[in-house]
Every structure is written in C-alpha cells, then in structure tokens.
Design a binder for this molecule. Structure first.
Ligand code: RB5
Length: 151
C-alpha cells in the first residue's frame, strides 16, 4: 500500500502526524508538500496527489486543507479520482464502502488530529462494497467521465 499525501498551509500541521501514523503501520508515504505554514494554493497539492493515483504510482490519496472542501473539489477534477470529504466515523467508512473513494480529504479547522487519524484507520480497514447497487452507481460516475453516460 502506497499513500500520496498533500496539504496546503492550513492543513500543513496535520501532514507530519498523519505521515508518521501511516509509516508506523509500514505504509509507504509519498509527501507532495507543502512544507511550511506559508500561504499557498490547495489545488496544486490536490492535482499532485490526484495525478499520483491516476498514474498508478499510489493506491490512495490523503489531502488536508482548512475544511477539506477545496481539496476535494480540485482532486475530483482529475480523471478517475473519487475524492470524499470525511468529517466523522460514518463518512470515513461509507466513503470507501459505498463510494469507492480513492482520495480522502480533511479539514484541520473541522476535526482534531486524533479524529482524523481515527477516520484514516476506519477508511483503510473498510472494503469497497461489491454489492451490485454500489458498483453500478460508481460505474455510472466512470461512464459519465468517459462520455458514455446515458440517462
Ligand atoms: C485557506 O485559508 C483555506 O481556504 C483552505 O485551506 C481550504 O479550507 C479551502 O477549501
């Protein structure tokens, strides 16, 4: 398992604790920055992480900004990315089981670091549901992206 991680200046304080948490579990982490609390633009990190997944250089992406929202909006512009804003245990689990999210985003101004670490563990131990209804819905998103969606 390889994880690509990125943060803007608002999420920067959470990046190293998340990295350490994952590395302690033997997970390889690719750090895409940022490397300080100096103001920067969240789309740059969202696209770096998204492209890693798209190019199959990482299996999962983690993005942190102030709310998780900007990171999610930007990452979802990358082909094949299903980025979910996660704020609680339920969305940590269902973003993987129901939505087959391959990127999860967090807000440092929304959740504590301890909560975020717990959400990551829940997400990573959950499995993508193979139930037809969930697979079919995710397939519709892919079809739309590929110009094949029909109402
Ligand atoms: C930066 O102040 C903030 O707008 C950004 O981190 C993020 O919350 C955007 O979605």
């Amino acid at each position: 398992m390889k994880v690509s991680i990125g943060a803007d200046h608002a999420g920067y304080i959470y990046k190293d604790p998340i990295k350490e948490h994952l590395q302690n579990k033997g997970i390889e982490v690719i750090d895409e920055g940022t490397d300080s609390s100096q103001a920067t633009d969240y789309p740059d990190y969202a696209f770096k992480v998204g492209n890693r997944i798209k190019e199959k250089e990482a299996d999962l992406g983690i993005l942190i900004c102030g709310t998780g929202i900007g990171m999610s909006i930007a990452a979802n512009k990358v082909e094949g990315i299903r980025a979910a804003v996660v704020e609680n245990d339920f969305t940590a689990e269902s973003s993987r089981t129901h939505n087959h999210a391959n990127v999860i985003t967090f807000g440092s101004r929304v959740n504590t670091i301890d909560e975020v670490l717990k959400f990551i563990d829940i997400f990573m131990s959950a499995k993508e549901s193979e139930e037809k209804r969930h697979v079919g819905r995710v397939d519709k998103i892919t079809d739309f992206e590929e110009g094949k969606w029909e109402k």
